[in-house]
Each structure stands twice: as C-alpha cells, then as structure tokens.
Ligand binder design. Structure first.
Ligand SMILES: *[C@@H]1O[C@H](CO)[C@@H](O)[C@H](O)[C@H]1NC(C)=O
Ligand SMILES: *[C@@H]1O[C@H](CO)[C@@H](O)[C@H](O)[C@H]1NC(C)=O
Ligand SMILES: *[C@@H]1O[C@H](CO)[C@@H](O)[C@H](O)[C@H]1NC(C)=O
Ligand SMILES: *[C@@H]1O[C@H](CO)[C@@H](O)[C@H](O)[C@H]1NC(C)=O
Ligand SMILES: *[C@@H]1O[C@H](CO)[C@@H](O)[C@H](O)[C@H]1NC(C)=O
Ligand SMILES: *[C@@H]1O[C@H](CO)[C@@H](O)[C@H](O)[C@H]1NC(C)=O
Ligand SMILES: *[C@@H]1O[C@H](CO)[C@@H](O)[C@H](O)[C@H]1NC(C)=O
Ligand SMILES: *[C@@H]1O[C@H](CO)[C@@H](O)[C@H](O)[C@H]1NC(C)=O
Length: 901
C-alpha cells in the first residue's frame, strides 16, 4: 500500500520534473573492502549473489523475516552481520553454525520474541549482540553459550526483570544495557547470573524503577560505571542506590535527568565507601544544595551540575569536594522572568582547593562579589560566557578574588561588559587567554586596562561597540600571539603610529568587519611572525589604487611568515604589482566578493606556497596564464565561481585546459562557473567551452604570423634596397661572376701591360702630367693615358676596351669636370664597371681632386666610395706638405690586391 502510494507520487513527480530516479533507493548491494551494503533494498531474503569472501554484511532496513543458516552459509567469513530494522521474529540455531567467525550481530528493531536455549548454541565467538527494540521473551538460558560476549544490548524489550539467567554465565561480559524496559524491582539475586563475569558498565536508563532490594549490586562488585539516567528517582531511592553501591568498585555514576529536585545531606552517604570519581547530576532541575550533600565524596574529581535550577550556593554547598578537578555549572543557575537572580555567597567555592576548571557559562547570578572566587587555589580555567552577572564595568576589584589562582583562561564572552577600567585584570598575571568578545565595550584603550597581563597570548574582542586604539593599547601584552579585533573598532582611526608594532610575537591578527579605509604603510611593520591576517569586510580599495596619491600603499610589506590572508569584501578593484609581493609562505589567499576585473601580470608570482585561492564573486572576465599561472600551479582548492567569464579563446582557453587537467578541487565547478560573454556562450558553463574551436584557429594563426613576417621582411628589404641596393647589386654580380667561373686569375699569374688606366677630364691633364706621369720616370709604373698611348687608327672604343683589360688598375681622377664630361661618364665609367664585375676585380682607384658627394659619384660614375676599399679612395691634399703622403698612398693603392673579399 505504502509502496504503491510512493510509486504514484513518483509518477506524478516524473511528469513534473523527472526527478523520481534521484530519490529512488539504490538498486543493488554495494561492496567495499569486503563489506557488502545491502541496506534499504526491500529484500525479503538474504542475497545469494555476493562474493563469498565478504567479512561484513549490512542487510538493515529490509523486509527479512529470518536469518536462515543455509542462506548465510555462502558467507562463512562473516565477522559482522547487521540485520537491524527488519521483520525477524526468531533466531535459528543454524545461523551461528554457518557463521563460525561471527563477532558482531546487530538485530536492533526487529520482532524477535521467544529466545530459547538452542537459538544461540554455536555462537561462542560472538562478541556483540544487539537485540534492542525487540519483543524478547527468554526461555531457559539462551545466553549461556556466549562465552566471548562482551556487550549485550537488550534495551526496549519490555523486560520486567533484569534476571537474564540463573546459572553464572557471560564471563567476558563488559557492558550490559537494560534501558527502557519495564523493570520496576531490582531484586537481590537478579544479577547473580553475572556473578562470575567481568562486567564494568551497567546501563539502566529510563526504567520505572521503584524498589532496590538489598544486595542487588553485590553480585557485580567489580562494576565501575553505572548509568541510571532518565528515570524518576526519589531522594529515598537515590539514597538507597548509594547504599547498595557501597563497597563496590563504582567510579562513575550518572544520574542525569532523574527529577532529583533537592539533595539531602545523607543522600550520598553510602558512596563514602567507594572511590567514586565522577558524578553527573545534570538536567535534574536541582534547586538547592543545602547541608553539604557532597561531604561523603572525598574522592570525586568530576561533578556535573549543568542544566540545574539552583537558587543559592553557600559556603557549605561544596564542602567535602577537596579533590574536585572539574565542575560544570553551565546553565546551573538561571533566572526566569518571575524569579529573582540566584545568589552565590562569598567563599562558596572555597572548599574546591584543587578545582582546575569551572564552567559557569549561561548562568545568571547577582554579581561577582569581592570573595566570590576566593579559595580556588588551583583554578586554571574559568568560563562565564553568556552569563548575566552584572559586570558592566570591570575594575581592579572585579576579579581580585582570583588573584591567588593560577588562572590561564578567562572567558567573558557576552557578559554585558561596557567598560574596562585601568588594572581590570591586574591580579591575573598567569592569564594566557582572555575572551572579551560580544560585549559592548566602547572606549579608548590606553593600555592600562591590560596592566599586568604580561603572559597573555590570546585576546579576543570580536564584536564590541566602539573601541579606539592608541599606540600603547597593547603595551602590557608583549607576549600576545592572537589578537582578535573584528567588528569592534570605531571608524576613521588612522592607527598612526601603529598600535601593533610592539607585538613582535603576534601570529594571528583579525581586523575584519571594521570598515577600515585608511592605514599607513607601516601598520604591520615588524610583525615578522604574523601567520594569519584577517582584513575581510573593510574598505581598503583606495589604498591599492594606482591613482592613490604617492602610489599604492604596500601595507603587507615584510610579512614574510604570512600563511593566511583574508581580504574578502573590500571593494578592491585593483591589485598593485607590489601588493602581494614577498608573501612566499602564503597558503591561503581570499579575495572573494570584491570587484576585481583585469589583474596585472605577475601579481601572484611570489605566492609559491599557495594552496587555497578564493576569488569568487568578483568581476573577473579573463584568466590568462601570465596572471594566474603561478597562483594556480600547486593549488589544492580553487574558488573562482560566480565571475562573469569571457569565453573566448584568448580569455578562457588556458583556464579551461587547466580545469580539465588539474588535481585541485574546484567546488561548484559545473554549476557556478558561467560564461557571460560572448553571446554564443552566454549563461553556459565554462566546462562547455569548445576548446577545439581554438585549435581550428591554429592554421590561421600560423598564416597570420607568416604574413606578418613576410611583410616585415619585405619592408626591411625595400628599405635596405633603397639605401644599400647598389652594394647588394654589386656584390651579387661579383659573386655571380665568380661562381660562374670568371674567377680572378691567381695573383701574379697574369701579367698586365699597364699598371693603371687613367681616366680624367681633358681639363685635368695638366694635373696628370704634373703629378702622375712623373711616377713613370723611374720605371716604377706604366700608365695608359688616352691621348698619349691610344694606338692611332684603332677605333676609340676598341682601344679603351683593350687598354682597360690590359691595365691592372683603373684610376679615376675625379673632378667636377670629369663628372660633366659625357664621354667619360657614359662610356668609360660603364666600361670600367663592366670590367670590374667581369673580372671580379677590385681594381678601381678614385683620386678625388675636389670634394664630390657620394650621390653625385653614384649618379654620374656608377661608383660609390663604399664599393671600394678605403685605401683605394684618395683625396688630393690642399696643403703642399701632405703631397708626399698622398704619393705614398697612391703607391699603396696601385700595389694593392685586386681580389674582392
Ligand atoms: C571461533 O573462531 C575460531 C577462529 O577464530 C574458530 O576456529 C572456531 O571454530 C570458532 N568457534 C565456533 C564455535 O564457531
Ligand atoms: C554446536 O553446539 C552444539 C551444542 O552445544 C554442539 O554439540 C556442537 O558440537 C556445536 N557445533 C560446532 C560446530 O561447534
Ligand atoms: C568463572 O569464570 C572463569 C573465567 O573467567 C571460568 O574459567 C570459570 O570456569 C568460571 N566459573 C564458573 C563457576 O562458571
Ligand atoms: C579505594 O581506593 C583505595 C586506594 O586506592 C583502596 O585501598 C580501596 O580498596 C578502594 N575502595 C574500593 C571500595 O574499591
Ligand atoms: C557542560 O555542560 C554543558 C551544558 O549542559 C554541556 O553542553 C557541556 O558539554 C558540558 N561540558 C563538559 C566539558 O562536560
Ligand atoms: C584599584 O583602583 C583604585 C582606583 O581606581 C585604586 O585606588 C586602588 O588602589 C586600586 N587597587 C589596586 C589593588 O590596585
Ligand atoms: C603564575 O604561575 C607561577 C607558577 O607557574 C607562580 O609562581 C606565580 O606566582 C603565578 N603568578 C600569579 C600571579 O598567580
Ligand atoms: C579534457 O582532457 C581529456 C584528456 O585528458 C580530453 O579527452 C578532453 O577532451 C578534455 N576536455 C576538454 C573540455 O578539454
């Protein structure tokens, strides 16, 4: 019926959003580490298709009616069998026979009724048997064979007696649970079946117990822990219980929630002959502790009175608890709107000379009086958080009664403090931890408030009203390691000089939620040991703007040890280049909820230890490797969800590939990493970005690169050609000639008829006669001079060609006149060049009688000075004394080699 209803609902659901399959139970058993999980499968029988070597089988929440031996015999290695929440009505003797190794059998919430002798016959190896929430009816001695059993849970079985057998059995039993049965009377010999067992713990909670017969615990004198929570125990019955426990090994007694409203002075008298160390009386609505009820409990170390309704503690309340180490008074004194404030008398705690921990959270009492805590000579931890004790102003008298205690931690969280007076904690020189959060402190901290706290390591002032810091605020607490000032500071403080500079040991600083907008660069200077810095929810964006007057403020500079930095929600839209530099130890960086968009390259370069990066809820569009490469390299967790990603190849390709290959955890990766642009990807997951579309662009990219290179080469080429073309042409032609075989004949092999062919303008013949021809006189050189040596009758052209060929050098005597002589220009020069190129000779010598610019030479003679070796370009000197040098140079030029390098 229920099933079909479920199906119907599912079908309807299917029509709406086809989510039926998601809420469906799993379809088959799952196996992990040889443990088979077959729970919630509506099984009617033990599955027969599992691996036979499984050691654990969970068939809970099914519809099994029995655990038949033959079916289970398939799994002889089973150590654990969980068949809770089925419809099993009886146990079969074959089961344990089939499962010789079975140790834990859990049959919680079944219908097992009759349990007879043979049912557990061969269960000797069983260690845990849970038959809670069945309908057990025992016949004979069903538990007798369980020689190895250590834990037996028979809670909620409607048993009316604790007597589970007659003959001594269950030698190894450690824990017996009989809670929630109908046991009203606990008879003397009920537990005699445990007389030879080693039982340590007996849990008998929520019983309608009325009578304890004498000697009912004498059979189990080794009992150490007794839990009798949640029954209604009258003071008389409680006193009887103490009496019955007398002489046992009882160490811990739990009497929670027993409606024990008051404790008489003799109620625990019977326990004086025990070594009880722990007594739990919590949740009893206890109203009074008159007449020293604990005076019998000299060995008690732990007392829990939490959740009481105590009205008045007096100096006699705790008499006798000289060994107490721990007392829980949380919510033990409360004020209802009708009642008045409970009262704690002076010296109430004075008997507790060894008390180390006193928890008084969520209490209300009239006030901290001068000797309230006097006598707590060993107190190390006092907690008054969320208490209503009229603190308001803490002055040097408030905790004076603790000045003889070696107090280490004082928790005053949410105690309505408005003000700390000078010397408020001056007697607490051993204090290492002071918690003052969630109060209403509103004052300038001059430093004198914390006078005497030289050992303080942790100061928590999170969430106060309006604290103003001064340079000496922490002057008396130089050992401080943790300073929490979140949501506490008054606005518009400039912290100059920095109040933190004295705190050289500071390791954690929380300045979050303060709307801080203005700090100096030196705020955190010298905090070499700072590991954790919380600055979230402030207003620091202006400080990191490049437009900030004087440049961005590098207030993190020098924090070499910083490991955790939180700057969420600061309105940051820029991270300056040096903003995060030097933070080589940083493991966690949180910048969520800012308005960061384009980040500068290499801002994260120094963060080589980064493992956690949170950048969610910013305006980041592109994720380029230049910015994020170093930050993402060794990351364990990345939060960058909810940014308006631009899903184009340039912006996101690298990130998509990183996401695909990273081992880092990226929560909400498929649901919250959404493209905003371009329109084609709008509102789609970044995961859906098609990386192949970028690969298609690769050939185009190559084409683009090639094109650019070509254009560049062309441009450079044209420029080069424009300015140096002649040189290229010249050397090219020379090279072609040489490679085609018109190589220059070996030096000295060819004998020239003339040493030089002289080309000059007619008008310059006087100069030639005067300065060149004299060189011929001592038979040093032979020159060919047109008008003198041309063979008459021969054509002029022919003679020029012939003469040039048989001259070793061609000497131009360059003047304006030569350049203007068409014959010379048009023919002789061309021929000379031809000759030079054809012969691969470097045979031209220029003698410049006047200053002729290079461009005129090239235009008119097709020659540039640059073509020639420098010693082949000679200038006729104006000064006479240099003529000798000119001659020498001419000889060098005429004698130089003709080969072109
Ligand atoms: C108990 O377990 C041991 C192995 O630990 C096995 O040899 C023995 O047969 C088991 N006993 C029974 C009664 O199954
Ligand atoms: C099972 O228990 C019965 C009765 O104690 C005993 O006779 C038999 O030998 C046991 N079988 C095994 C395999 O332990
Ligand atoms: C008592 O328990 C021990 C093991 O702890 C066992 O050897 C002994 O036989 C038991 N005696 C009786 C009378 O059951
Ligand atoms: C309590 O402890 C003392 C000393 O440790 C011991 O002599 C005494 O027997 C113990 N009392 C009980 C009831 O166990
Ligand atoms: C003290 O009592 C409170 C309130 O019942 C409880 O929450 C807390 O766990 C107790 N503390 C210890 C250390 O037992
Ligand atoms: C406490 O402060 C008051 C003034 O505020 C001063 O007179 C007194 O001497 C101080 N007591 C101690 C013990 O410092
Ligand atoms: C702090 O503790 C030391 C021992 O640890 C003790 O000598 C000293 O007196 C204590 N100081 C105060 C103010 O309690
Ligand atoms: C992710 O990587 C695998 C191989 O490592 C590749 O087959 C797959 O196409 C990649 N997916 C994307 C979206 O790049």
């Amino acid at each position: 019926m229920v099933e079909s209803l479920f199906l119907l609902v599912c079908l309807l659901d299917l029509l709406v959003q086809s989510s039926c399959l998601h809420t469906e139970k799993k379809a088959a058993c799952t196996i992990e580490d040889r443990m088979a999980d077959c729970s919630h499968l509506s099984l009617k029988e033990v599955p027969t298709d599992l691996p036979t070597d499984i050691t654990g089988l969970d068939v809970s929440h099914n519809m099994l009616r029995a655990l038949p031996g033959p079916a289970l015999a398939r799994y002889p290695k089973l150590v654990l069998l969980d068949a809770s929440s089925n419809d099993i009505t009886h146990l079969e003797s074959g089961m344990c026979l089939a499962l010789p190794l079975l140790r834990d059998l859990i049959l919680h919430r079944n219908e097992v009724h009759l349990l007879i002798d043979k049912d557990l016959f061969n269960c000797t190896n069983l260690s845990l048997l849970d038959l809670s929430f069945n309908r057990l009816k025992l016949h004979g001695e069903p538990f007798l064979p369980l020689k190895s059993l250590t834990t037996l849970d028979l809670s909620a079985n409607s048993l009316i007696s604790a007597r589970l057998g007659i003959v001594p059995q269950l030698w190894n039993l450690d824990t017996l649970i009989l809670s929630k049965n109908f046991i009203k009377i606990f008879k003397s010999d009920d537990l005699s079946f445990l007389s030879n067992s080693s039982i340590q713990t007996l849990i008998m909670s929520s019983l309608p117990l009325k009578t304890l017969q004498p000697g009912c615990f004498q059979q189990i004198r080794g009992l150490r822990n007794l839990v009798m929570d949640g029954s209604v125990l009258s003071p008389q019955l409680t006193a009887k219980l103490s009496e019955e426990l007398s002489g046992t090994s009882i160490a811990s007694l739990s009497l929670q929630n027993n409606r024990l409203v008051s404790l008489t002075d003799t109620i625990f008298k019977g326990l004086q002959d025990t070594n009880l160390t722990s007594l739990d009386l919590s949740s009893n609505s206890l109203v009074s502790l008159h007449n020293s009820p604990f005076k019998w409990l000299g060995t008690l170390e732990i007392l829990s009175l939490n959740e009481s309704n105590l009205k008045h503690l007096t100096s006699t309340s705790f008499i006798g608890l000289g060994n107490l180490r721990f007392m829980n008074l949380t919510r033990a004194l409360v004020k209802s709107h009708k009642s008045s404030y409970p009262i704690i008398d002076n010296f109430s705690f004075s008997p507790l000379t060894r008390l180390e921990t006193l928890l008084m959270d969520h209490t209300a009492f009239q006030g901290i009086t001068a000797d309230l805590f006097s006598g707590l000579e060993s107190l190390r931890h006092l907690s008054l958080s969320w208490s209503s004790v009229g603190l308001r102003t803490v002055n040097n008298g408030t905790f004076a009664s603790l000045s003889r205690s070696p107090l280490r931690t004082l928790d005053l969280t949410a105690t309505d403090i408005l003000r700390l007076d000078p010397g408020a904690f001056s007697g607490l020189g051993n204090l290492t931890k002071l918690l003052l959060g969630s109060n209403f402190i509103s004052q300038t901290l001059t430093g004198e408030e914390f006078q005497g706290l030289y050992n303080l390591e942790e100061l928590d002032m999170y969430h106060n009203k309006r604290i103003i810091l001064s340079p000496l605020s922490f002057n008396h607490m130089r050992s401080l390691r943790t300073l929490i000032l979140g949501l506490a500071l008054a606005q518009n403080q400039d912290f100059n000089p920095s109040p933190f500079q004295l705190l050289h040991n500071l390791s954690t600083l929380d300045l979050s939620n303060n709307n801080i907008a203005n700090v100096m660069e030196g705020l955190l200077e010298g905090l070499e040991k700072l590991r954790v810095l919380r600055l979230q929810h402030n207003n620091l964006q202006r400080l990191w703007k490049s437009a900030y007057p004087g440049g961005p403020v590098s207030f993190l500079r020098g924090l070499h040890s910083l490991e955790i930095l939180d700057m969420d929600s600061n309105g940051l839209d820029e991270i300056p280049l040096t903003g995060l530099s030097g933070l080589a130890q940083l493991r966690e960086l949180s910048l969520a909820g800012n308005v960061l968009d384009h980040l500068r390259d290499s801002i994260f370069d120094d963060l080589t230890s980064l493992r956690f990066l949170r950048l969610q809820r910013n305006l980041i569009t592109l994720v380029p490797p230049g910015v994020f490469g170093p930050a993402l390299r060794n990351l364990s967790v990345l939060h960058m969800e909810r940014n308006p990603f631009d899903c184009t190849c340039e912006s996101i390709l690298w990130f998509v590939n990183w996401l695909n290959t990273t081992n880092a955890s990226v929560p909400q990766r498929s649901s919250e990493y959404i493209c905003n642009t371009p329109p084609a990807y709008f509102n789609k997951s970044v995961d859906q970005f098609n990386t192949l579309s970028c690969k298609d662009m690769a050939p185009f990219y190559i084409l683009y690169v090639m094109n650019s290179v070509l254009v560049l080469v062309f441009m450079v080429g044209s420029l080069l050609f424009h300015f140096q073309g002649w040189r290229i042409k010249f050397h090219w032609e020379v090279m072609v000639n040489r490679t085609l075989g018109f190589a220059e004949p070996g030096l000295g092999e060819v004998r020239f008829e003339y040493d030089a062919y002289l080309i000059h303008a007619q008008a310059d013949s006087t100069w030639v006669d005067r300065h060149l021809l004299p060189l011929e006189e001592d038979k040093q050189y032979t020159f060919f001079v047109d008008d003198r040596d041309a063979v008459p009758g021969r054509s002029q052209l022919e003679s020029i060609v012939e003469a040039m060929r048989s001259s070793r050098k061609i000497v131009f005597i360059v003047t304006e006149k030569l350049l203007n002589d068409p014959w010379c220009r048009m023919y002789k020069a061309h021929q000379a060049m031809h000759q030079v190129i054809e012969d691969s000779r470097d045979s031209v010598v220029l003698v410049l009688l006047e200053d002729i610019p290079d461009h005129r030479l090239s235009r008119d003679l097709l020659i540039r000075k640059g073509m020639l070796k420098s010693h082949c370009v000679l200038h006729w000197p104006l000064q006479k004394e240099r003529v000798q040098a000119f001659r020498h140079k001419l000889r060098v030029a005429l004698g130089s080699s003709n080969s072109v390098q």
